[in-house]
Each structure stands twice: as structure tokens, then as C-alpha cells.
Design a protein around this ligand. Structure first.
Ligand SMILES: [Zn+2]
Length: 449
């Protein structure tokens, strides 16, 4: 199949005007000028997208597909109160709700040009939704307990799930990892157990860390809402908690979590120079979640400092429960504007850097940039086409700027994963979208009752 459009943005190399990408099986075979490729392959089926950009699929480095039906449920509370309220309302979900909520998420991400997610999941519904829809992803099995005595049991339950989730597909689109919930819901020995399991079984690890002032104060001083209301409601107060006197990053360092080979730290808005140094020294990757962090008042991650120190960074939406949409264009735009707004002329980010963060750099953060993240011959054909022909988008002076400053999820025309077309102009080839929409309304009623 020969895909053609006004612009081809390989990301790793300069963009091509009137370009084309030749796909055979699950791989990209050739990239170049449309006319030259058409002449060289006269019998190839051609799909032309006109005034559009063909680019590598977007990678949502951090989300929770299974929380999609909680879109807009708790919109106007800061992080700790948001978390408390969400945890209380999610008790109303039954197993089927988690499944359908994750399918709603899969439907949204495919329509949004996201071909791969980094997803922390408790139920496994996210992994099953990806398996069914054809989406690529890393699915991190969440583990939590504040009770030291329960760590063995928690880890063996997780091991059983990890084993079964690996069987969900017989190709390599799904990678399963493990995710200790947070500093405030894990006994420190659990971090050590996760690190051991990760090193023994080559499991990638992800953790939400240093994401709010409340978390920072809880770890360092033993105070904050997370120390009081949260533990009153969800347990832990009977176990006790001694303030550690250090930052969240230093705390998990002391418990060996940073020794794992493939660790993705999510948020990192509450980090100082020492913390950044530690993350860099341990080659920890970071998921920058600018919209979620702004919406829940979590602070802003020092993106420029991360990149200066050589830290691998990508962009995450953190799910509709905290962010309302999994729109990576919004994420790139707001992520760019926030940094410019705060940093002024220093560390002045450009549109192309944000597109790279949302594609190739995110692949690098998960250490699969040899397979996805850019349009290159030999890589997996994870490709999207984004319409940039609307009146608010023309003329397109520079395609990267057009994408970051004018595009949105609804401009995506086409989403392909591993050479398989999963979404094209309002048609999803792998999902029963009518049923999912009907279930979304049932879940709304249940959550709002
Ligand atoms: Zn999250």
C-alpha cells in the first residue's frame, strides 16, 4: 500500500513535500517523493490524503484506558481531593464496566491518531481493550499495599496476571510490565520486591512519582491530605507512617526502585536539582503530562532541565479521568506554551521538538525506538494521516507548527498499527462503537447516581 499526502513527516529526518510511504505487511519499506514511488511501484494500491500530514503514530506515554468513562466526573478539585473522590466513585464499577470503559478509551485513542500507549492498569481491562482493538502498548500491572506482610501475596497475584496478559495476543504489540502505585500507597519493601521481579523477569516498570505537593509533603514531612484523609479512608493509618525527611525521588532511590533497567517515572513536577541528577544518573525516563498536571494543580515538570541532563522524555495524557480527552495535539500545544510561558526566552521550545517528544522520544523512553516512533524503512508501519486543510489551518507554512498550533484529535483521518488499518474517517475496523457508546451512557448514569 502506498500512502501519499502533501507532507510526510518522518520525524527523524526532514519533512518531504508531496511525499509517500510504502507499506508492505507490518513494515515501512520505503519513503520518498510520491511521484517517484508511484513510478517505481506502478501496481501498488495508492491512498492519497491530500492536504494532510503523514507521520508516525502518536505515543501516549502515560494513560489509563480503563478510566475513560470517568471523563469529566471530578473536574474542579486539586489532585489529592480529586484522587479521593475518584477512588470513592470507582467502587460503583463492576468488572464489565472496566472492560467497556477501556474499550471507550481504545476507541478514542485510535480516532486521535495514538498508535501506542503506556498504560497503568489495575484490572487488566486496558490490555484486553488494546488486544481487541489492535492498539500497541505497554501495560503496567499496578501493585499496592502498605502492609509488609501482604507483599508476597500481592506480588504473586501480579505475576499470575502478567503471565496471562502476555497471552492476549500472539504478535508483539503488547508488552506487560509492573507499576507500584505510588509512594503513599506502597510499603517501601514493595519497591524492593518490584525491582527484584523487574530484574529477574525483564519487566519494564512505571510509577507515578513526585506529582503533587501533597505527595512531596507526605513523604518528606508525613503531613498533608494524603497522610490524613486518604489513609483514614483507604487504610494505612493503623500501620503508621514515619516521615522520611527526603524527596519522593530520593525515597524510592533508597528502596532500590531506581535500579531497574527500564523505569518510566510519571509526572515528576516536584523535583529539585538533586532529584533530576538522580533520575539522569539512573537513566530513568519521564512522562511529561502537562495538561493533567495543570488541571489538577500538580505543578509543572522542568522539561528543559530533563532534556539538558539527557533524560528520556515523552508526553502522556493521563486518561480522561484527569484530562477529559486523550488528545496529543492539545498535549503538545499546551506542553509547549506552558514551558514558553514560564521559561521565557530560555529553553524556548519549538513545535518540532514537541512532535518528536510525542513520537520518537516516547519510543526511546520505552526503549523500543528501534521498532517504532519514526517513519523509517524497516520500522513497524505505525502511521497516521492528519488533515490540515481546514480554513483555520491554511496556508500551511511549516507542517510541524501547523500540527502543534492548529490540529486536534478530530483532524485525524487514518490510524494504522503494524500495517493494519484500525481507523479511517469515522470508521473503526476492530471495535463495535455503537455498543461502546451505549455502555458509556449506562456508566454515566451509574457514576452520577
Ligand atoms: Zn496516571
Amino acid at each position: 500500500m502506498l500512502l501519499t499526502a502533501k507532507y510526510v513527516l518522518p520525524v527523524a529526518t526532514p519533512h518531504i513535500d508531496d511525499g509517500a510511504v510504502l507499506v508492505r505487511g507490518d513494515q515501512i519499506v520505503e519513503i520518498g517523493q510520491a511521484e517517484a514511488l508511484k513510478t517505481a511501484h506502478p501496481d501498488e494500491e495508492v491512498r492519497d490524503f491530500g492536504l494532510a500530514a503523514l507521520m508516525p503514530g502518536l505515543i501516549d506515554l502515560h494513560t489509563h484506558l480503563e478510566y475513560s468513562a470517568m471523563r469529566g466526573l471530578v473536574d474542579d478539585l486539586p489532585y489529592s481531593q480529586w484522587k479521593l473522590q475518584l477512588m470513592s466513585l470507582e467502587q460503583r464499577f463492576e468488572p464489565q464496566d472496566w472492560e467497556d470503559s477501556a474499550l471507550l478509551g481504545a476507541m478514542e485513542v485510535l480516532q486521535s491518531g495514538i498508535t501506542m500507549v503506556g498504560d497503568i492498569t489495575d484490572s487488566g481491562a486496558s490490555a484486553r481493550a488494546a488486544a481487541r482493538s489492535g492498539l500497541r502498548g505497554f501495560f503496567f500491572r499496578e501493585v499496592e499495599t502498605m502492609e509488609k506482610a501482604r507483599i508476597g501475596e500481592v506480588m504473586s497475584e501480579a505475576a499470575a496476571d502478567i503471565e496471562s496478559w502476555r497471552e492476549l495476543r500472539d504478535d508483539d504489540r503488547l508488552v506487560v510490565g509492573i507499576a507500584p502505585h505510588s509512594t503513599y500507597m506502597c510499603h517501601p519493601e514493595l519497591f524492593r520486591a518490584v525491582a527484584e521481579a523487574s530484574n529477574d523477569e525483564d519487566l519494564p516498570v512505571s510509577i507515578h512519582i513526585a506529582g503533587s505537593r501533597d505527595e512531596y509533603d507526605f513523604v518528606k514531612y508525613g503531613s498533608s491530605r494524603l497522610a490524613v484523609e486518604f489513609r483514614d479512608k483507604y487504610g494505612g493509618n493503623e500501620i503508621g507512617w514515619l516521615p522520611t525527611g527526603v524527596s519522593p525521588v530520593k525515597y524510592v532511590l533508597q528502596w532500590d526502585l531506581l535500579d531497574v533497567a527500564n523505569l518510566l517515572a510519571v509526572h515528576c513536577t516536584q523535583v529539585d536539582d538533586d532529584d533530576i541528577e538522580i533520575l539522569a544518573a539512573h537513566d530513568v525516563a519521564v512522562a511529561y503530562c502537562p495538561r493533567c498536571n495543570a488541571k489538577l494543580g500538580m505543578g509543572m515538570a522542568p522539561l528543559g532541565q530533563f532534556l539538558e541532563r539527557g533524560i528520556r522524555v515523552g508526553i502522556g495524557t493521563d486518561s480522561p479521568a484527569s484530562n477529559n480527552t486523550m488528545d496529543m495535539f492539545d498535549e503538545m500545544r499546551i506542553g509547549l506554551l506552558l514551558q514558553r510561558s514560564v521559561s521565557g526566552h530560555e529553553q524556548f521550545f519549538i513545535a518540532r521538538q514537541l512532535v518528536k517528544l510525542a513520537t520518537l522520544d516516547a519510543a526511546c523512553a520505552l526503549r523500543i525506538d528501534d521498532r517504532v516512533g519514526s517513519l523509517e524503512a524497516g520500522k513497524q508501519a505505525d502511521i497516521i494521516a492528519v488533515d490540515i486543510s481546514h480554513s483555520h489551518q491554511i496556508p500551511t507554512m511549516y507542517p510541524y507548527s501547523t500540527l502543534v498550533h492548529t490540529a486536534n484529535q478530530e483532524n485525524v483521518l487514518f490510524t494504522m498499527v503494524a500495517g493494519e488499518v484500525l481507523y479511517e474517517r469515522e470508521t473503526w475496523h476492530t471495535l463495535d462503537t455503537e455498543r461502546i457508546a451505549a455502555r458509556a451512557d449506562e456508566m454515566r448514569v451509574k457514576l452520577r447516581a
